[in-house]
Design a protein around this ligand. Structure first.
Ligand code: MN
Length: 233
């Protein structure tokens, strides 16, 4: 390899449940507007349009039980619990069967959002990067490998703050279920091994404060839960 002027950045990896190997992450895609309940609480109306997509840098992931710092530049940090798909095969212009066959594993993740900055971005018809793609914005639980994801995936998806239930939905409420979502995403991008896809959040998003303890999980396919605290500087 040619020498680089500065040391190359580290490869980002996340743990795999009951496994001593880790999953190397390439990119983190996120879907927005994939549950009718959340679209409604954000003041919108569910239609036939596909979900919107945005991305977070891989080094925004927070794993291995680490806590999350309350980010700067916001007074309204929101939680969004989401099913995360991890790809073990490449996908380009895939059909739904191919998309399902490319899923290596599933995890529960939280799409942390600076809601005040997102509201400002929406008002200016500007990108969501500042609202979504900040450092430590993607806590994620251990990846649970799956041999096969059922076409009609269902199971409770929940998030609690200090033991109080804030979000409680079902994966079956996804407007674009994993197969359809991945197939569509693969029509926009050449998806590769190591890519993660956050699949959108059910209703009940809300603010987090310094000192809050978040627990989140998905009651399907033996998935591992996630827990983190929000700490101040
Ligand atoms: Mn989200």
């Amino acid at each position: 390899m040619n020498k680089t002027v500065f040391p190359p950045p580290p490869v980002i990896t996340i743990p795999i449940k009951d496994c001593d190997q880790r999953f190397a992450v390439r990119r983190v895609f996120c879907a927005g507007r994939n549950y009718a309940g959340h679209i409604k609480e954000m003041g919108g109306q569910a239609g036939t349009l596909p979900p919107v997509f945005f991305a977070k840098p891989a080094d925004a992931l927070v794993s291995d039980g680490k806590d999350v710092p309350y980010p700067r530049a916001t007074k309204d940090l929101h939680h969004e619990v989401e099913l995360v798909l991890a790809l073990g095969k490449p996908l380009s212009d895939a059909n739904e069967a191919e998309a399902m066959g490319a899923i290596y594993g599933l995890a529960v993740g939280v799409d942390l959002t600076r809601r005040d900055l997102q509201d400002q971005a929406k008002a200016r018809a500007a990108p969501w990067t500042s609202a979504k793609a900040f450092d430590h914005s993607a806590p994620i639980g251990p990846l649970s490998p799956v041999s096969e994801v059922p076409a009609s995936l269902r199971g409770r998806i929940y998030l609690c703050v200090n033991g109080k239930r804030r979000q409680d939905g079902d994966l079956a409420q996804m407007l674009w279920p994993p197969a359809r979502l991945l197939a569509h995403l693969s029509s926009l991008f050449d998806l590769k091994v190591g890519d993660l896809v956050f699949t959108g959040t059910p209703a009940g998003v809300g603010p987090l404060q310094i000192g809050d303890v978040v627990t989140a999980g998905i009651e399907a396919l033996d998935m591992a839960p996630l827990r983190f605290a929000v700490y101040g500087k």
